[in-house]
Design a protein around this ligand. Sequence first.
Ligand code: ADP
Ligand code: MG
Length: 408
Amino acid sequence: MAGVVPAMKSGFLKRILDRAEKIDKDSILDYMKQIAQERDLLVLMFDNMSEGTLFVDEEDMVVYVNQSARRILGLGDGPATPEMSMRRVLGHQDIYEFCKRMLEQDRVNFFQDYVFHYNDETRFLKINIIPLIKNNESYGTLYLFIDETDQRRQEQKLREAEKLAALTTLSAGVSHEIRNPLNSLSIHLQLLKRQLAKSGAENSEIDDTIGIFQSEIKRLNDVIETFLTAVRPSQPQFRLVRLYDLVTETLTLMEPEFGENRIQVTLHEEGDWPLVHADQDQIKQALINIFRNSVEAIVSQSAETRDDKQDQILIHMFRDGETVALTIADSGVGMDSNDARRIFEPYFTTKPKGTGLGLMIVDRIIREHQGTIVAHSHPGEGMRIRIDLPVAAETPRQLEYGEAKRHE
Ligand code: ADP
Ligand code: MG
C-alpha cells in the first residue's frame, strides 16, 4: 500500500527518499522492514474497524478497501488493494453514482443516509465522503460506510412494542371503566328483585328476565376479567429454576382434572435438567392453559372414539443445544393445520364458551422468557405443542444433558 498511496508518504519516508542515493543496502532493508511493519499495523487497524472504509485515488482507482466495507456493501471476498476502478469494485451502479453525484455537488464531510437493496434485503447506510486535501493538493477521496440496518430494525421493533403497550393500556383502561357500571347494574338488579318481591308484583316471567340480565352481566364481567388478565402488563420475577420441577408441580396440581377425565399423563425426560431463568407462577400458568386445552380437546371427542383408544397426554423434555425443549402432545380432536397456526391469536377459539385468550397469554409468557412456542396438528391426530427456553448460563457442567447419568 505504501508504494501506491501518495498520502502515505510520511515525513519520515520523504526524508529517506531524498537521501536514497547515499544510504547503504542494510539500512534500506531496515527502513523497508519498518515501513512494512507500519503498513501491517495500519491495515490491521482498518480491517478491524466496524466502519467500512474505501480509499480512491485521483484516477478513481481503489487503493484500499477494508473488510467492513466489503461486508457492508456486499462486495464478497477480495484483496484490500484491488487495483481496480471504484466503479468495478462497487459493482452496484446506484451506490457508485450516488457517491460521485454527492462529490460533484460538494456534499462532503458529513454522514448522509443511503438506502440500498441487495440479496432481496433493504439496508440502511450512512455514507461520509471525505476529500483528502493537503497543501491544496488532492490525494484522492476517502469513503466511510456505516451500516445502520440492525439498529433501525431494533428501533422499529421498539416503536411497535410501544404502540402495542399504549393500545393495551388504553383498552385495559376502558375495560376497567366498563366494569364499574356493570357492578352497579348488578347491584340495582338485586334491589329491583327485592322491591318487586316486597310489593307483591313479582312473577316468574319478571324473575326469568332478571335472571337473564344477571347472567349476561356476569358473562360480560368474565369477558372483561379474562381480557384484563391477558393484557395487563406483567413483570416476570425471574429466578433460576429447573423447568422439570415446574412441570411436575403443575402435573400434581392438575392430577384431579386428569383423573376425573380418565386421562393418562406420561412424562419422558432425558438426563438431568438444565436451569432456566423463569417466573415460576407464570410458567405454571402457561402450562395449566396448555394442559387444560388438551383435556378439553380429549373430552370433546365423541364417546365412541374415546373408548377406542387410551386418552393420553405425552410430555417430553430434552436439551437441544442452548435451549431446553418441552413438547406436549395429546390424543384429542386435533385441528386443521391452517387453524393450528392461528391458535395464539387473541380471541381465536373454536369452543362455544371459549375466550380464545388462553394461548395468547401462553405466547406472551414464553416470549417474555426469551423462548419460542409452536403448535402442530392434524384433525384426529391430536395437538403437539413445543416450547423452547434458553438454558441459563449458570447451569453446572455436570448437570448438562445426560452427562450426570453417563458418569455414574
Ligand atoms: P380457548 O381454550 O378459550 O378456546 P385458547 O387460546 O386456549 O382459547 O385456544 C384457542 C383454540 O386453539 C381453541 O379454541 C382450540 O380450537 C385450539 N386448541 C388449543 N389447544 C388445543 C388442543 N390441545 N387440541 C385441539 N385444539 C386446540
Ligand atoms: Mg384454553
